[in-house]
Design a protein around this ligand. Structure first.
Ligand code: HEC
Ligand code: HEC
Length: 204
């Protein structure tokens, strides 16, 4: 009997610690259903693996408060996904996804990579286009609340830049201003270049 009671006590303790984990596991499974099993991105849902913790947490908050509101219906998926997400779970999810190793999509146009790289590194001073690396880092690795861009999928990158370049401006960040001067060709070149960034730079 004493043995049984000890076992029950151990079980009670393990259940108490396991319960929040289980809830989080379910959340992760909810997320990977759209973002892919190792969160490398799938269809319209972008890669989360390796993204900066602070950036991910900010985006989850922006979705749940409907501050992130692009033209696209796809944004509404995230409004639903974050509707009942408390800040502490959101932070845990951000930490979890950030720690996964990112893979590069490499799905842009290889012929545009050199042009995209030049704009990314130097901007186009006489067209008022800022050098992306000044904020996103020389290897597009991001830092703190500035996202990693290297290896994200071409279509996702292109769409985000197009939305901002067409004047969509709810993020309260530099991006609508940065993208305003970009032509469709420059956006295609930048998105192609970034989709191919890979290798050691993904580890940073
Ligand atoms: C029904 C599909 C779906 C589910 C479920 C879902 N997402 Fe998303 N998620 C998307 C789509 C689509 C986008 C792109 C939204 C856009 O176009 O702005 C996105 C975007 C994001 C972004 C922004 C990434 C970036 O680079 O800016 C984050 C962060 C994110 N999701 C995290 C999560 C987390 C965490 C969960 C689980 C709690 C989750 N998602 C569940 C479809 C989904
Ligand atoms: C002055 C700093 C700054 C410069 C310069 C800058 N960015 Fe950004 N960028 C940011 C910040 C901050 C965010 C995060 C916005 C948010 O939290 O919604 C961001 C977000 C992005 C995103 C969204 C990524 C995602 O996962 O959804 C893309 C794409 C992007 N930037 C591309 C570029 C490109 C291309 C350039 C150069 C033409 C550039 N940025 C220049 C600060 C900058």
């Amino acid at each position: 009997m004493k043995h049984f009671r000890t076992q029950m006590a151990v079980l009670a303790i393990s259940l108490a610690t396991a319960a929040p984990l289980l809830a989080e596991d379910l959340q992760i499974r909810n997320c990977t259903w759209c973002h892919g099993s190792s969160a490398q991105g799938y269809s319209v849902a972008p890669r989360l693996a390796g993204q900066r913790v602070d950036y991910l947490a900010n985006q989850l908050e922006a979705f749940s408060t409907h501050k992130r509101d692009e033209f696209l219906l796809s944004t509404k998926y995230m409004w639903n996904a974050t509707a009942h997400l408390d800040p502490s779970t959101a932070r845990h999810l951000a930490v979890y996804f950030s720690a996964l190793r990112p893979e590069s999509a490499k799905d842009g146009d290889i012929k545009l990579v050199a042009e995209g790289k030049a704009i990314f590194e130097n901007g186009v001073p006489n067209e008022n286009i800022a050098a992306c690396q000044a904020c996103h880092g020389p290897d597009a690795q991001g830092v703190r609340e500035i996202p990693r861009l290297g290896g994200l999928s071409y279509n996702y990158l292109k769409r985000r830049l197009e939305d901002w370049s067409q004047g969509h401006d709810t993020s309260g960040t530099p991006m609508p201003h940065v993208a305003r001067s970009l032509s469709p060709d420059q956006i295609a070149a930048l998105a192609s270049y970034m989709s191919f960034v890979e290798g050691a730079s993904l580890e940073k």
